[in-house]
Design a protein around this ligand. Structure first.
Ligand SMILES: NC(=O)c1ccc[n+]([C@@H]2O[C@H](COP(=O)([O-])OP(=O)(O)OC[C@H]3O[C@@H](n4cnc5c(N)ncnc54)[C@H](O)[C@@H]3O)[C@@H](O)[C@H]2O)c1
Length: 270
């Protein structure tokens, strides 16, 4: 049974990693999927690989004019929009971003990270509401990709953590606003942790130390492994589908148990 048959979905940052896995999963459940990114060649390849139910469009999430025209193009070509996955994101770890700790980060790099992660999510919600709301729209599901870093502080990634916390909170404002207006639009945030994607390349490198670094991270995860993009995609399909129809304003962690506990917990006596 296809759980998303007849739905139209837009995924940002879908050229690779979590976004690409989600685009594939949404399409495999019957959705028509718009694969968007600033990496056009990669995003077009993902759309081609999915097949006729996917199309590619260039979308820099920082740019409101692009949001406006991409969303208008989708509604006229696909007859509406039912699902928005605000997934595009940056850490600030790619050269020449510089240090990301609260003492040494530059104002410019702080703003660049927020421009993609939090401004991009704000713009996506704003333009999705415009076309999802009745009477012309048919309601919908907005899924915002925050992070475990949106729930805790990260000493070496202050802008990333702050921007992801903004996404978490804005999700709840969108959820409440849409409920008050009786728009039939739900909005939830997801909080993955330690998912092995190209985002980690700047931290893991590609030398012989890479496998060791991955093993070290896995040791700190209660389930004993890093997550896969497909782990996130399963949750996204659920939130996109009508199965989650009573869920809005929620935050869902998906981190192998990292946030479930505390390293310095007292050990029970046996
Ligand atoms: N990998 C993890 O461990 C992890 C954990 C928590 C949250 N996340 C979040 O998941 C999302 C996807 O991350 P990923 O791990 O797949 O990383 P990734 O780097 O593989 O993918 C991010 C995608 O976003 C795109 N992007 C960057 N700037 C953009 C812009 N201005 N406009 C449009 N697209 C842009 C990139 O081109 C890339 O394709 C991000 O929001 C990230 O913060 C990832």
């Amino acid at each position: 049974m296809q759980r998303l048959r007849g739905k139209v979905a837009l995924v940002t940052g879908a050229a690779r990693g979590i976004g690409a896995a989600c685009a594939r999963a949404l399409a495999s459940e019957g959705a028509s999927v718009w694969v968007t990114d600033i990496l056009d060649d990669l995003a077009a390849a993902v759309a081609r690989e999915i097949g006729p139910s996917a199309r590619h469009a260039h979308l820099d999430v920082r740019d409101e004019t692009q949001w406006s025209s991409v969303i208008d193009r989708i509604t006229s070509a696909s007859g509406g929009l039912d699902v928005l996955l605000n997934n595009a994101g940056v850490t600030g770890f790619d050269p020449p971003d510089g240090p990301q700790d609260p003492e040494h980060a530059s104002l410019d790099s702080w703003r660049q990270v927020h421009a993609v992660n939090s401004d991009g999510t704000f713009l996506g919600c704003k333009h999705a509401i415009r076309v999802m709301k009745p009477p012309t729209g048919r309601g919908g599901s907005i899924i915002n990709v925050s992070s475990r870093s949106g729930l805790v502080g990260i000493a070496g990634a202050a802008a990333y953590a702050s921007s992801k916390a903004a996404i978490r909170n804005h999700t709840k404002s969108v959820a409440l606003y849409c409920a008050q207006q009786h728009y039939g639009i739900r909005c939830n945030s997801i909080h993955p942790g330690a998912i092995l994607t190209p985002m980690w390349d700047a931290m893991l490198g590609d030398g012989p130390e890479r496998a060791e670094a991955i093993a070290e991270i896995a040791e700190g995860v209660p389930l004993g492994r890093m997550g896969k993009p497909e782990d996130v995609a399963h949750l996204v399909v659920y939130l996109a589908s009508d199965e989650s129809g009573y869920m809005t304003g929620s935050e869902l962690t998906l981190d192998g148990g990292i946030l479930a506990g505390w390293e310095a917990q007292p050990q029970g006596r046996s």
